[in-house]
Design a protein around this ligand. Structure first.
Ligand code: GLU
Length: 365
């Protein structure tokens, strides 16, 4: 073969390669963008001006880059509608903070785990909790209905012996009632009865029957004070215990905020907590700050983000992750996309992109 023929052959091969490359590039341009359902869950998905950012969004963009696909993000209000969109074929794929669960796995295909997560508890910081503040606790007890009952009982326990002692003592010389008339004699008797009830009697009646009544009333006073102290201590202890949420066992009966249709919401219902379900994690967090909720139960990476940013010094996690969950990218069952995304995810782990993104969103700032 002559030189010229070889040259022509190479030229033809090169032209063929270029035209194939151009054809495939234009085919890619023409390929419809992947519809990706997502929802705002900082720091996995958050808004930055008019575009979305966050760990899940960065990860998806890197995956889409490897797949050579364009993306149209579709924002959904909650995880249930996100899953519905994928199920109904309105989205090709879903990515946010979607926990892989057995129930969801029956209906959907998941990618391999893209981030490990789990449920954790967020509470107000100690300074904001209220119960350990002694002045607040004292005021609450002082103004409680229980105090009114005790004051009523005390009033009866003062008025009755005061009248008995007044009637017996008013004629006794140097007795505790210096005046035989009802007024002002009864005031002295009331003062004596109140002092005796509070175990602070400073005077004793002269008349023998009045003394018997006085001794009986002194014992009544001791019992009254002991019983009252016990009740007050019990009320204070209960109040302090109720203020403390240290783990999932403390959740039953508490007002706990989370997001609608989340894995946390179903867990809380099983726990018989008083669940408050919100559309956004931010709304659940605001309920905690505003004290209309006692705790937020949600995914650890999200709670840690709130505790480390807006909630710094105001909220804190209580206990560690008590139920492990993994996040996955969700596809309709049988989607051919899953295998490609899984492979791309492995490649991103192997080439260091995944580690860089993890560091960017979850590493020390
Ligand atoms: N990990 C939660 C779930 O999949 C997130 C819920 C949410 O996005 O509100 O249920």
């Amino acid at each position: 073969m002559g030189k010229l023929t070889r040259f022509v052959c190479r030229l033809v091969t090169a032209l063929a390669c270029i035209s194939i490359a151009l054809a495939s590039a234009s085919a890619e341009d023409a390929a419809p963008a992947l519809r990706v359902a997502t929802r705002l869950v900082p720091p996995l998905v958050q808004r930055d001006g008019d575009h979305l950012t966050g760990f899940s969004i960065d990860l998806w963009n890197a995956l889409a880059g490897r797949l050579g696909a364009k993306t149209d993000f579709i924002e959904m209000p909650d995880v249930a509608s996100l899953l519905d969109a994928v199920h109904a074929g309105k989205a090709d794929v879903g990515i946010a903070a979607i926990s892989i669960t057995a129930d969801r796995d029956k209906v959907f295909d998941f990618s391999q785990p893209m981030l490990s997560s789990g449920l954790q508890i967020l509470v107000r910081g100690k300074a904001d909790q209220g119960a350990p503040n002694p002045l607040q606790g004292f005021m609450r007890l002082t103004l409680s209905p229980m105090i009114l009952v005790w004051l009523g009982v005390a009033a009866i326990l003062i008025v009755i012996p005061a009248h008995i002692v007044w009637a017996l003592e008013r004629r006794a010389p140097n007795g505790i009632v210096p005046d035989a008339r009802y007024f002002p004699g009864i005031f002295h008797a009331l003062w004596w009865a109140a002092g005796t009830l509070a175990t602070q009697a400073d005077q004793m009646p002269r008349q023998w029957l009045a003394r018997v009544v006085a001794i009986l009333w002194m014992f009544t006073g001791v019992i009254f004070v002991a019983y009252y102290t016990a009740q007050l201590t019990a009320a204070l202890t209960v109040e302090q215990i109720q203020g403390d949420i240290n783990g999932p066992d403390d959740l039953p009966g508490k007002r706990v905020a989370t997001t609608r249709a989340s894995t946390a919401a179903s867990f809380l219902r099983e726990q018989h907590a008083r669940v408050q379900e919100f559309e956004t994690v931010d709304a659940a967090y605001q309920a905690l700050l505003g004290s209309t909720a006692d705790a937020v139960v949600f995914d650890a990476p999200v709670l840690l983000y709130f505790a480390g940013h807006d909630g710094k010094g105001r909220v804190q996690t209580a206990g560690s992750v008590f139920r492990k969950e993994d996040y996955g990218i969700v596809f309709a069952e049988g989607s051919p996309l899953r295998k490609r995304v899984d492979r791309a995810l492995l490649e991103l782990r192997e080439n260091g992109t995944y580690a860089r993104l993890y560091q960017k969103w979850f590493g020390p700032s």
